[in-house]
Design a protein around this ligand. Structure first.
Ligand SMILES: *[C@@H]1O[C@H](CO)[C@@H](O)[C@H](O)[C@H]1NC(C)=O
Length: 242
């Protein structure tokens, strides 16, 4: 960890405790989606990544609740890994003490996958640019290919959804080829073809997780009950999480 980050952390960490870390309450799910969103629409699976996937998931869960009126088991946002060309025996996992299927070593980045009606994609793309202005993550201490800024669409840059992603874009969109390094300082966001670079859902213990800066409260954590265990080490035995 370079010196400047260490300084950053030494300022950041005490302020977490001084600020009291008030729990944010989850919003109520809406009763009816905006008429521009047709809930009977074809759904499309997409993913977005910009730094640590914990707070990115929270933003999209709020979107699903307040814009698609989803709750509980109908919420689809999941932390995941994507953008690498490799797997290890079919697995992609978080860093772990066993060194098994490490997502960073396998070329993947942290993302949040979700399924949304096609007519709602533009709204979700706007949320991505709000979270990731100019492709820049808010968690400056996270550096490396694991935290690169990415979007996954079926068909990639040839997707019909590209116009919605591009119309609100604040960074250059470049086609993904897999296993890229960090996008930091490049003003770019990588667009993957999710048919070739699918999202691999992350461990249950990484779902509906507090961010380093924000605590999201009990109702948010309880959503983890709707997430599935993976075959990754951290979900198989709590004792071997590094
Ligand atoms: C989940 O979605 C289905 C289909 O739209 C709906 O009937 C059901 O009430 C929803 N469940 C919750 C908990 O919102």
């Amino acid at each position: 960890m370079p010196m400047n980050q260490r300084y950053y952390l030494s300022f950041l960490l005490p302020s977490l405790f001084l600020s009291g870390c008030a729990d944010a309450a989850l919003p109520q799910a809406c009763a009816h989606p905006d008429p521009s969103i047709r809930s009977g629409d074809t759904e499309v699976k997409v993913y977005f990544g910009c730094g640590c996937f914990w707070h990115v998931q929270h933003e999209f869960v709020v979107d699903e609740m307040t814009k698609l009126c989803r709750q509980d088991g109908n919420i689809t946002a999941r932390t995941a890994y994507a953008g690498g060309t490799h797997m290890d025996n079919g697995l992609v996992c978080y860093h772990n003490a066993l060194g098994k299927a490490d997502y960073g070593q396998l070329g993947h980045s942290e993302v949040v996958s979700m399924s949304v009606p096609v007519s709602a994609f533009a709204t979700f793309a706007q949320t991505f640019w709000d979270i990731c202005p100019k492709g820049v993550r808010r968690d400056v201490q996270d550096i490396g290919g694991e935290y690169r800024s990415v979007v996954g669409l079926p068909g990639g840059i040839h997707s019909s959804l590209m116009k919605d992603l591009a119309s609100s874009a604040t960074a250059k969109l470049v086609p993904g080829t897999g296993n890229e390094g960090d996008t930091l300082g490049s003003d770019t966001v990588i667009v993957y073809d999710s048919d070739h670079f699918p999202a691999h859902v992350a461990e249950k213990y990484h779902q509906f997780h507090d961010d380093m800066m924000d605590h999201y409260g009990g109702a948010y954590h309880a959503l983890r009950g709707f997430a599935d265990n993976t075959k990754c080490p951290g979900d198989q035995s709590w004792s071997i999480i590094s």
